[in-house]
Design a protein around this ligand. Structure first.
Ligand SMILES: Cc1cc2nc3c(=O)[nH]c(=O)nc-3n(C[C@H](O)[C@H](O)[C@H](O)COP(=O)(O)OP(=O)(O)OC[C@H]3O[C@@H](n4cnc5c(N)ncnc54)[C@H](O)[C@@H]3O)c2cc1C
Ligand code: FES
Length: 263
């Protein structure tokens, strides 16, 4: 069930340079969302920007949910200036969410930049369900590593990597993933990879995954969010396209035609 709900900002605070955490009061959306789904926010009453902006649920409780967002353009800049009490129209929960019916023994979660936000609720849920969970967090430098302590508090093993080597492993998060897979400790452990981040990062994850089952959360630019405009489609291997807003944003990596994906 999808709801159109007027959401009140409860809190909107900087998390680290360029990132904010916004908590929104919600009764309908917060009580029906699942990890991996998203909310489509109308960030202004004016015509600029006209379209809603999609954000994954990062946390939720009784009467509220949170998103974590990176300021990248006009919409997110407007959001960063919102104060408690401001009202935003929200449409959600949208998308399919993660499939948690068949569970692995070990989950290897791979998040790059703002992609980490889309994987938080999944990590928490997997630990609750008794799945050993390793969360690899990647960023350009130490001050962009999102939610380290929060993820540790779930009970995940956390490993970090930065492009400039200022914290943790030096290199990209797919390279760290490859190191974890190749060090042999995962041999004979039924492992599934869950990844979210920029398209070039996901392409590298898919290349280096050594055949492990992999689910990706895709972040294409969106229009309606409801399956009508086809603005969000991605190419699939059996020909044709799938809509990220309705058939996604979670896809098996085997389904996507990575050679045709636009970074
Ligand atoms: C299902 C889904 C979940 C998402 N969850 C999160 C989240 O939890 N946290 C978060 O920070 N962001 C998330 N995003 C991305 C977020 O929606 C965009 O960053 C946001 O819409 C940008 O709005 P803007 O008006 O500030 O930027 P715009 O002015 O629209 O664009 C600024 C720049 O960002 C690029 N851009 C815009 N949208 C996207 C996108 N979807 N993917 C890649 N590049 C984009 C544009 O090409 C442009 O270069 C998600 C996207 C999707 C589709
Ligand atoms: S955003 Fe319109 S079909 Fe997906």
């Amino acid at each position: 069930m999808k709801y159109l709900e007027e959401l009140a900002v409860i809190g909107n605070e900087p998390l680290c340079p360029g990132y904010f955490k916004m908590r929104l009061r919600s009764h309908k959306i917060s009580s029906s969302l699942r990890p991996g789904q998203f909310v489509h926010l109308r960030v202004t009453d004016t015509a600029d920007p006209l379209l809603r902006r999609p954000f994954s649920f990062a946390d939720a409780g009784d009467g509220w949910f949170e998103i974590i967002y990176k300021v990248v353009g006009k919409g997110t800049r407007l959001m960063s200036n919102m104060r408690p009490g401001a009202l935003i129209s929200g449409l959600g929960p949208l998308g399919n969410g993660f499939f948690l019916t068949s569970l692995p023994d070990h989950a290897l979660i791979v998040g790059g930049g703002s992609g980490v936000a889309s994987l938080l609720m999944l990590a928490q849920k997997l630990v609750e369900l008794g799945v050993r969970t390793t969360f690899l967090i990647g960023a350009r430098s130490a001050d962009g590593l999102l939610c380290l302590e929060k993820i540790r508090s779930f009970g995940c093993e956390v490993m970090t990597t930065t492009d400039d080597g200022s914290f943790g492993f030096k290199g990209t998060v797919p390279k760290l993933m490859s190191k974890v897979i190749n060090d042999g400790k995962l041999n004979k452990v039924k492992t599934t990879i869950y990844a979210c981040g920029p398209i070039p990062m996901l392409i590298e994850v898919v290349k280096l995954r050594k055949g492990l089952p992999t689910f990706v959360s895709l972040e294409s630019v969106m229009g309606c969010g409801m399956g009508a405009c086809l603005g969000c489609v991605v190419p699939v291997r059996d020909g044709g396209y799938r809509r990220v807003c309705t058939e996604g944003p979670i896809f098996s990596a085997d389904k996507i035609d990575w050679g045709k994906m636009r970074g």
